[in-house]
Design a protein around this ligand. Structure first.
Ligand SMILES: Nc1ncnc2c1ncn2[C@@H]1O[C@H](COP(=O)(O)OP(=O)(O)OP(=O)(O)O)[C@@H](O)[C@H]1O
Length: 794
């Protein structure tokens, strides 16, 4: 075992030179005092936890320091204190920092090396070989600046031009958008009777998020340049419904929409009809057809099926499952081992084929048997399954084959493996909870402050977490970086730029951020899974997953925002020691990650004098060692803690973010509960990663308050608590925009100020905290809350 505190930072004495008994007495006294006030800690405590000299640690002054004068504060040259005074201060400062104490051991990662599934991105085939309209070819060549097809395009376009239904799977960033857009445009421009705008939709493209809708619309618009009589349009929420209605009234021939917004119009707009529909495209099909969109898709399919019988259906995603791809081979026996969600998808696909048998099976595997009859029918007709897998990867060598024959995978355990771009280097780091925040900050500094032209996307599990970290980093990392003096070239610090994107933001701002980050050469985008699928953000170099995703599919989509279309990119997954087994779970899906040691990430702090402890002020920077790294990490943590504790409002804002983290943590699916279970969280340690000095005591009260607020939502009344939880969390990131009044982030008063936004998550188990500060579950009126066995219902 390589312990974080043991191997690299193995000198606890330097942190506490007082006798242990005395230190412990004082710590207890300080804690009692702090708890009694339940507010920001008293000045004395702040002095002890800080590296700053006693007289300079008032809240105001600390803040001022980090708005530009950090070096002054940390440089001993600026202080005329004697050596003995300084030593005294050091002892005080260092002693109370517990960042590197009592952390769990970091387990050694024994990850099995697996051979990842690979796909070839490009082919030598050119677009002009497809027999497309010459104007379409010249648009592809001159406007899109593309000449040769990607593998998925080469396989899909001819099939779709033949009029076949298709299920298309190829890795992220391999050109699936054009794989369906080109055939749609080619077929519509070639129609004998020229399309009229007033005809309404000939093609309907459903996508899960507004940004993806905008992006796909942009591609279609470019392809339609020579065919001006075909009108594209986008419905995506966030915009005024009235103006969308007006555009629908005028006529849209290729309609791109998020499901929720389309449902709004189907229900309220008379001008929407599908009688001429020829194409129905589900981009990110596995996402669109999952639980979160179940109701919306049913409404859409019912509306479409009522008016149009014959059309081409296309389902695309980088993570379509084997079951969906091998449609023809699916036997009734195999159905019975599917997950209920898959059953619903399959039921909808096969309704017209095997309805009776399926329904019987469905009833026998589900406690709520009504869904199958509610679900409408996509009606795929003899679909072609297109998968760009490099076939050599599927062929087992004789030895592996023998092993497989001896121990066949248990029924129902067939795990899907998805291709990952070859040029994507995946990493993992295991970090104790207390050090998560400093580690993330250090990694951002390392890549985006000290290296040039780095563009990073950091994924969090909720809107609240994005807001919290965005404001915190803006106010601490950015402020402490300092601005260049006039006439000076922009310094390394000026490379730091933070943006954020999540489903709770105003649409105007969302679009602006999306555009800004797309066009920017550098910057850090903090976001939820709203940016995980489909977005083609150019030149992203790093993907960081601060909270682990809930499925291998989501992992693949998140990291797929980099290394697109043959470019290079890297990803980092940050795990707690208790979550280290997740690496094996990824390996079982043929996902290979290599480890970066936490110390190597924290090491960058020695390059940043903003975080220089006084002890090391006189030393030359090359003489750095583990102890200095440790102290600088502590200084950075102190910066965060001082900021969070500078007002009661900020403390409560951090608590809400912590609460949101716990709630999101409770929603990991059953198959991952043994790795991600709230019971394994140490609240005090997790609290540190929110800049809180102690484990908060009133989280359950906050949760109760939130539950009340939710009960007021009429749309949630009918749902069971369990279904509501999952569906709501899914919807929170993918909403149509019509629910915006419920899910708005209050506009920030000033950039970087904590928003005080209401939490958007669903009803969750009420966390309460036992003496050991690990999470326990409280008995509620309805009985004991669900645990790992029934985790899906949490
Ligand atoms: N034939 C081509 N030649 C060069 N670039 C291409 C080609 N086809 C697509 N691209 C570019 O590749 C990038 C990725 O394409 P696209 O967004 O369609 O990928 P995708 O497979 O849909 O990814 P995801 O699974 O993440 O949604 C885009 O910038 C697109 O312009």
């Amino acid at each position: 075992m390589a312990a974080a505190d043991g191997s690299l930072f193995d000198n606890p004495r330097t942190f506490s030179r007082r006798p242990p008994a005395q230190a412990s007495r004082q710590a207890k006294a300080t804690k009692r005092k702090y708890q009694a006030s339940s507010e920001a800690p008293p000045a004395k405590r702040r002095n002890e936890t800080s590296f700053l000299p006693a007289k300079k640690t008032s809240v105001k002054e600390t803040q001022r320091t980090f708005k530009g004068n950090a070096q002054k504060m940390f440089s001993p040259k600026k202080h005329s204190v004697s050596t003995s005074d300084r030593n005294q201060e050091e002892r005080q400062c260092i002693k109370t920092s517990s960042l590197f104490k009592n952390n769990p051991d970091i387990p050694e990662l024994h990850r099995p090396v697996v051979k990842q599934v690979q796909e070839k991105v490009f082919t030598s085939a050119a677009f002009h070989e497809l027999g497309l309209h010459p104007h379409l070819i010249s648009t592809i060549n001159t406007v899109l600046k593309m000449s040769s097809m990607t593998s998925v395009q080469k396989q899909s376009i001819p099939v779709l031009l033949e009029g076949r239904d298709a299920l298309v799977r190829s890795q992220t960033g391999s050109g699936k958008t054009l794989a369906y857009c080109i055939p749609v445009v080619q077929s519509l421009q070639a129609m004998e009777s020229k399309i009229q705008r007033s005809d309404g939709p000939y093609a309907l493209v459903l996508v899960p998020t507004r940004e993806l809708a905008l992006q796909s619309f942009d591609t279609v618009q470019k392809l339609l340049k020579p065919f001006t009589w075909i009108v594209p349009g986008v419905l995506m929420g966030g915009e005024k419904r009235k103006s969308e209605k007006a555009r629908l009234r005028k006529g849209i021939n290729i309609l791109i929409s998020t499901p929720g917004r389309l449902v709004d119009h189907i229900k309220s707009t008379k001008n929407i009809h599908f009688s001429r529909l020829r194409w129905l495209v589900f981009d990110e099909a596995d996402r669109i057809l999952d639980l979160g969109f179940e109701k919306d898709i049913t409404v859409i399919l019912n509306a479409v099926n009522a008016e149009c019988q014959k059309r081409q259906n296309v389902l695309l995603s980088a993570t379509l499952t084997e079951e969906l791809l091998n449609l023809k081979n699916i036997s009734m026996k195999r159905f019975s081992v599917f997950h209920p969600c898959e059953m619903e998808i399959l039921s909808s696909l096969f309704y017209h084929w095997e309805h009776e048998g399926l329904e019987k099976l469905y009833h026998s595997t589900r406690s709520t048997p009504h869904s199958v009859t509610r679900l409408a029918d996509i009606s795929l007709h003899d679909p072609v399954s297109i998968s760009v897998l490099d076939k050599s990867h599927d062929q087992l060598n004789p030895k592996d084959k023998a092993v497989q024959e001896v121990c066949p995978p248990p029924a129902g355990d067939k795990l899907d493996s998805f291709a990952i771009p070859e040029s994507l280097k995946q990493h993992v780091t295991v970090v104790p909870s207390k050090l998560r925040l400093v580690c993330l900050a250090a990694f951002i500094l390392q890549k985006c402050k000290f290296e040039e032209d780095q563009k990073m996307v950091v994924f969090f599990s909720s809107c609240e977490l994005v807001e919290f970290h965005y404001s915190l980093f803006l106010q601490t990392l950015l402020s402490s970086s300092g601005a260049p003096a006039s006439g000076q070239l922009p310094s390394a610090s000026m490379r730091l730029k933070f943006l954020r994107l999540h489903g709770g933001m105003e649409q105007e701002e969302r679009t602006a951020v999306f555009q800004e980050f797309s066009h920017s050469r550098r910057g850090v985008l903090l976001c939820t899974d709203v940016a995980a699928r489909g977005l083609d953000l150019p030149q992203v170099t790093w993907i960081v997953q601060y909270n682990a995703p809930s499925s291998p599919a989501e992992y693949i989509h998140r990291i797929g925002r980099t290394a697109r279309i043959g470019c290079h990119g890297s990803s980092l997954l940050i795990l707690a020691p208790s979550e280290a087994e997740y690496v094996n779970s990824l390996a079982s899906h043929k996902i290979n990650v290599s480890e970066i040691k936490m110390e190597d990430i924290l090491c960058v702090l020695t390059r940043d004098d903003c975080f220089k402890g006084k002890r090391w002020g006189a030393q030359k920077s090359h003489a750095v060692g583990p102890q200095e790294i440790r102290e600088r990490a502590t200084v950075l943590q102190t910066v965060f803690e001082d900021y969070v504790h500078s007002s009661e409002r900020r403390v409560s804002w951090a608590k809400k973010a912590l609460q949101s983290f716990i709630q999101a943590y409770a929603t990991y699916p059953r198959e991952l509960k043994h790795i991600f279970h709230v019971r394994s969280l140490h609240l005090g340690h997790v609290a540190k990663s929110f800049g809180l000095r102690d484990a908060p005591r009133n989280l359950s009260a906050l949760t109760r308050k939130k539950r009340k607020a939710h009960v007021k939502r009429p749309d949630l009344h009918k749902k069971t608590q369990s279904k509501h939880s999952l569906a709501e969390i899914l919807r929170s990131e993918y909403s149509s925009g019509m629910e915006a009044d419920i899910a708005k982030v209050k506009k920030q008063n000033a950039p970087g100020e904590p928003g005080g936004r209401p939490l958007q998550h669903s009803l969750q188990p009420t966390p309460c905290f036992g003496r050991g500060k690990t999470l326990k579950w409280r008995k509620t009126q309805k009985g004991v809350q669900r645990d790992s066995k029934t985790s899906q219902k949490v």
